[in-house]
Ligand binder design. Structure first.
Ligand code: NDP
Ligand code: MG
Length: 380
């Protein structure tokens, strides 16, 4: 039996990972971690019988502990608990499906303990890629991408020489507001932004997809995962999300990976790589698809992508500031404290006010995060 731990098991990626586990029937779940949703976590514990369960909020952890007294599970909490779940002795793969920079420390701890990482938590790679990628090499562990675009690229690169990649073509649906101007986006409501045309995802990433910040984070994620320069990653709008991404090689050949928009495919591919297993669900029907269209991204009305290129090119602590400002801004937007367009204004403001530090340590990354939060709190 393959043994895996899932950090963020109650979220969109976490629950779909457990669906894959259930469908395949030959994976053992060793540890589960969530933020506060103990109702769902308890259900998962009863069904999948992990050895460790972490609830980030201490009070909730105490509550969960009482309700699973009858089971042989160790309930832990806080960052210490999250790390304990990440390094659970017997697991081979850790699925990082928490949302945000909270994933940095547990991901590093898991790698140091020799675990392969099935990485959904892109914020960790964006902010600490310069630590994560060399560590993977040093420890001889694999970073298996779960993000659909990066899984697509990973699949296109199967059997190819790394040196023969000319360009990565990262596809984007353009989100629910593709084609709109900033003027038209002024009064966007939380509900409108949460309505993604193709993918059902967690709230934060759904907002990020609507602002194109998600694509910006993905450009930086691709840079680290595939060891390319920022200008080798080109974003291509493909509204139906049929092509999940492409790679152009030195000889001009372009490989694409296509599929229906179902995250279970990249999750399953990461868990079983290089094996492919049967996956139940809709299949592409090219007779009914008819056409696939392509467009250039609109960097004027969607400045989030432009800012991400700036952050990624500058490197150091700037991607952290980009990401942290976005995390804070999105939380405020979801909380109805700020308008939609303020999200990217906040990112731009935080980036402008920041002095970049090269090659930051984890502590310096977390300091840059705190500084970005402070900047936003003091200005808005
Ligand atoms: P969700 O918001 O649906 O889920 C987040 C998960 O993280 C939940 O289980 C949540 O627990 C948990 N969590 C939050 N805070 C903490 C904490 N402090 N300690 C431990 N666990 C915590 O997010 P998604 O599943 O959508 O996204 C997860 C990651 O995957 C993100 O980085 C996202 O960018 C990436 N991703 C997601 C895709 C998708 O289709 N959803 C596609 C590609 C990438 P609780 O439920 O208790 O709050
Ligand atoms: Mg993606």
């Amino acid at each position: 039996m393959k043994k895996i731990a899932i950090l963020g098991s109650t979220g969109s990626i976490g629950t779909q990972t457990l669906e894959v586990v259930e469908n395949q029937g030959d994976i053992e779940v060793t540890a589960l971690a969530a933020g506060s949703n103990i109702r769902l976590l308890e259900e998962q514990i009863r069904k999948f019988r992990p050895k460790i369960a972490c609830v980030f909020e201490e009070e909730k952890a105490k509550e969960l502990k009482r309700s699973v007294r009858d089971l042989p599970v160790r309930v832990v909490s806080g960052m210490e608990g999250l790390i304990e779940a990440a390094v659970e002795e017997t697991s081979e793969i850790v699925v990082t499906a928490v949302v945000g920079m909270i994933g940095i420390r547990p991901t590093i701890a898991a790698m140091e303990a020799g675990k392969d990482i099935a990485l959904a938590n892109k914020e960790t790679l964006v902010t600490a890629g310069h630590i994560i990628m060399p560590l993977a090499k040093k420890m001889g562990v694999r970073i298996l991408p779960v993000d659909s675009e990066h899984s697509a690229i990973f699949q296109c690169l199967n059997g190819e020489n790394k040196g023969s990649v000319h360009k990565i073509l990262l596809t984007a649906s353009g989100g629910p507001f593709r084609g709109k101007t900033r003027e038209e986006l002024k009064n966007v409501k939380v509900e409108d932004a949460l309505n993604h045309p193709n993918w059902a995802m967690g709230r934060k990433i759904t907002i990020d997809s609507s602002t194109m910040v998600n694509k910006g984070l993905e450009v930086m994620e691709a840079k680290w995962l595939f060891d390319v320069q920022m200008d080798q990653v080109q974003v291509v709008i493909q509204p139906k999300s049929i092509i999940h991404s492409m790679v152009e090689f030195e000889d001009g050949a372009v490989m694409a990976q296509m599929g229906t928009p179902d995250m279970k495919l990249p999750i399953q591919y990461a868990l079983y790589y290089p094996e492919r297993r049967y996956l139940k669900g809709d299949r592409l029907d090219f007779w009914s698809i008819g056409q696939i269209n392509f467009e250039k991204p609109d960097l004027v009305n969607f400045p989030g992508l432009k800012l991400a290129y700036e952050a990624g090119c500058a490197g150091g602590t700037l991607p952290t500031v980009f990401n942290a400002a976005n995390e804070k801004a999105v939380a405020k937007f979801l909380n109805r404290e700020i308008t939609y367009l303020t999200i990217t204004d906040m990112i731009e403001g935080a980036m402008n006010g920041h002095t970049v530090k090269e090659n930051p340590t984890v502590e310096e990354i977390l300091e840059a995060e705190a500084a970005a939060y402070e900047y936003i709190e003091s200005r808005w």
